[in-house]
Design a protein. Structure first.
Length: 140
């Protein structure tokens, strides 16, 4: 009952005079000028030479070596195989032929029910050598 009385007294027109006076006074004031933005000094972009950037699509577990990864299973349909790979932290991902795996950037060449064949390109003395790696399914 007390609350209803207080709310009712707030809604009287006499109490709105202060609010209306404040609003009309604020509307009559000139807005403060906006200060200009500071000037920025633009520098010439530095020249980058011999920068080799490669974007690798479907790079799975780029922070782990291939040796630290485990094949825990495989999936297949009539046309394709996929492998399930677990990282040392327990994350599991599905990979397919053509994906890139590990910090070595080894390319997935084949997937069977029990293993994955990878090809790693190593540059040595201005030559590229391809090394074949294999991850076999962990049967533990």
């Amino acid at each position: 009952m007390l609350l209803a009385t207080q709310l009712q007294s707030c809604s009287k027109k006499d109490d709105d005079k202060d609010i209306h006076h404040f609003i009309s006074a604020a509307q009559k004031q000139k807005p403060a000028p906006i200060k200009p933005l500071p000037k920025f000094l633009l520098k010439e972009p530095s020249k980058i030479t011999n920068l080799k950037t490669t974007i690798i699509k479907n790079h799975i577990f780029p922070d782990y070596s291939v040796a630290s990864l485990n094949m825990i299973g495989s999936l297949s349909n009539q046309k394709n195989y996929w492998a399930l790979i677990a990282s040392p932290d327990g994350t599991i991902k599905k990979i397919q032929v053509g994906d890139t795996l590990g910090e070595e950037q080894a390319k997935v060449i084949t997937i069977t029910l029990s293993d994955i064949t990878l090809q790693e390109a190593i540059e040595k003395e201005n030559r590229t050598m391809n090394i074949t790696l294999s991850i076999q399914q962990n049967t533990d």
